[in-house]
Design a binder for this molecule. Structure first.
Ligand SMILES: [Zn+2]
Length: 215
């Protein structure tokens, strides 16, 4: 027969052993790399765009939002039926008419590597889709973009203030630096004039949280 003290000792040992195992398991779980699936849930597709692409997308959405769906990274093969062979190219931005659901025009940022884009040009020409090529810039003027696409856009876009008000009602964001609420604001000057940003309510005194707005 074991004495009561021995029983207490055994129970304690088991308890401590279980605790250690639990801690080890927790530690391993924390260290485990994030699976790709988890990553794709955390990061919507839009985040994978470069800053240049995000700026261009935002400008396009502001110019064409009422009439078009702006989709990014669309496979050329989805728009053209030709079997040109190298249709694996992706298009940076495609404006789809909300009314007809059909692609109307393509906005392509000039490839930094200077790839041959003649296949794409031909395929789009055959499919009767306009192609606009833009240089890569850190910002895109809303006015210039409107001029560029004026042939496609019929309804006048909402004024910048109207648009900001609509977006502010729909969207909500917490600062990832301090978890305070952020407000949607339009840059009034500087190189990003006209672009929309999330600005932390503590900015600029308490917190430096500012993020480019993306849908
Ligand atoms: Zn903040």
């Amino acid at each position: 027969m074991l004495s009561p003290l021995a029983w207490i000792a055994i129970t304690l040992t088991i308890f401590v052993a279980l605790l250690v195992i639990k801690l080890l398991l927790d530690k391993r779980r924390k260290e485990a790399p994030v699976t790709q699936e988890e990553q794709s849930i955390m990061q919507p597709a839009v985040v994978q765009l470069s800053i240049v692409e995000q700026c261009c997308l935002q400008t396009l959405q502001q110019v064409a939002g009422a009439e078009f769906d702006v989709r990014n990274k669309v496979a050329l093969s989805k728009l053209s039926n030709s079997d040109a062979g190298s249709n694996h190219q992706t298009l940076d931005f495609v404006l789809f008419s909300k009314k007809s659901g059909k692609p109307t025009c393509v906005i392509q940022l000039k490839s930094p590597s200077g790839d041959d884009e003649s296949t794409m040009e031909q395929a789009l020409e055959q499919a009767n889709i306009a192609l606009y090529q833009l240089p890569r810039r850190s910002s895109y003027s809303i006015t210039d973009m409107r001029d560029l696409l004026h042939a496609h856009i019929k309804t006048p876009p909402p004024s910048p203030d109207e648009m900001l008000a609509t977006l502010s009602m729909r969207a909500f964001r917490l600062c990832n630096k301090c978890q305070s609420q952020m407000a949607l604001k339009r840059a009034k000057n500087g190189p990003h004039k006209g672009m929309l940003f999330w600005v932390c309510e503590g900015y600029p005194d308490v917190c430096s949280g500012v993020e480019l707005y993306s849908e």
